[in-house]
Design a protein around this ligand. Structure first.
Ligand code: UT7
Length: 344
């Protein structure tokens, strides 16, 4: 079977309007702007307003991505939504998103791999396109973590934020798309990022309600992240037959600036090629890589034909890396570059 290429042809993101600074948080949590900035690099994050949910953010990001691609929901063959904070335990958020977009009769699935979910989903989309099963796939990473946080748990509360990002991938003759990838999981670290209650192991009751919140062992997760991220990028580069010098932009999971710096150093990628927006959004889990990717597009940091390295880690514990080449014939990127030239 001849495998087909899959190109990113559209992108879009949604960030709630409500900006919450470290000083805002320090009003009701025992913390300080100085502690949060020096330990994590975060200055502010976005929290949703009462009328927003993960699905409303997903739909906003998806519409922007479809618009950029010049497509409508009717052009889609498959919708993948990476999230660990869906509107409901069931139905899957992917069906809510499909209905809201008006994408009739397409497959839709929710992919739950913690903060790693978007990179897993991107690779999954590429597989469906490569085999010829689908032509056009919408991939969303969306997360509403603020409602899972308890202010009493200061070491976790200060790190997270809400948001969504999406890309449209489509079959193409151009040799581009995911050139190499790594997907990993080590369930022995499961308890290091966990929402203990709410599932079948501990159903939510009056007694267990306090356990329906993210519990995280930050130190262990930090050690895990520094162990796997650089290695995963190198393995994905190897599979792609490339080296760190071939990377035009590195888009790591935006959890902590210290982790990002460490991963870039390990992977051999210089700081000027690293996309960072953790300072403005905090850790948005499965939304963090697509949010960073979309901002990089919008800031003109990505050109047609560029090679990107994406890497993420998270609950599971899991990790994933993907080396992604942009096509040269993407109308949305062309328009972007023309606007940028026009602005000079
Ligand atoms: O997407 C995956 C999500 N997870 C992550 O990325 C988390 C990875 N881990 C981290 O980013 C870091 O471990 C943290 C930012 C969570 C913590 O940084 P750290 O340098 O590992 O700090 P620590 O946990 O060793 O805590 C140092 C001190 C402690 O006080 P003592 O015991 O030294 O007196 C904490 O009680 O800082 C204290 N502390 C705080 N102080 C002010 C913990 N949280 C806070 C806080 N404000 N918010």
């Amino acid at each position: 079977m001849t495998l087909r290429h899959a190109s990113i042809i559209g992108w879009g993101h949604y960030a709630p309007d409500n900006v919450v600074t470290n000083d805002d948080i320090a009003q009701y949590v025992d913390t300080s702007d100085e502690w949060i900035r020096t330990r994590s690099g975060i200055r502010e994050r976005r929290f949703v307003s009462d009328d927003e949910t993960t699905s409303t953010m997903s739909v906003a990001a998806a519409r922007a991505a479809l618009d950029k691609a010049g497509l409508t929901a009717g052009d889609l063959d498959l919708i993948l939504v990476a999230t660990s904070s869906p509107d409901h335990l069931t139905p899957p958020i992917s069906s809510q998103v499909q209905e809201a977009l008006g994408a009739r009769n397409v497959g839709a699935m929710q992919i739950v791999v913690g903060c790693t979910g978007f990179v897993y989903s991107l690779v999954t989309a590429q597989q469906f396109i490569a085999t010829g099963a689908c032509d056009t796939v919408l991939v969303i990473g969306a997360e509403l973590i603020s409602r899972w946080l308890k202010p009493e748990d200061r070491s976790t509360y200060v790190l997270f934020g809400d948001g969504a990002g999406a890309v449209v991938m489509q079959a193409t003759d151009e040799p581009c798309g995911v050139l190499g990838h790594v997907l990993g999981s080590d369930g022995s670290g499961a308890e290091h990022i966990i929402v203990p209650a709410g599932g079948t192991a501990m159903i939510p009751t009056h007694e267990t309600v306090d356990q329906v919140a993210i519990h995280m062992n930050g130190r262990e997760v930090f050690k895990f992240a520094t162990r796997v991220m650089g290695r995963a990028v190198k393995e994905a580069l190897d599979k792609a037959g490339l080296t760190a010098d071939d990377i035009d932009l590195f888009i790591p999971h935006q959890a902590n600036l210290r982790i990002i710096d460490y991963a870039a150093k390990e992977a051999g990628i210089p700081r000027e090629k690293v996309m960072v927006n953790v300072d403005r959004y905090g850790n948005t889990s499965a939304a963090s890589v697509p949010l960073a990717l979309c901002e990089a597009f919008d800031q003109g940091r990505i050109k047609a034909g560029d090679t990107l390295a994406m890497v993420a880690f998270g609950a599971g514990l899991t990790w994933a890396a993907a080396i992604v080449k942009l096509g040269v014939a993407i109308p949305a990127l062309r328009q972007h570059e023309e606007v940028a030239v026009g602005e000079v």
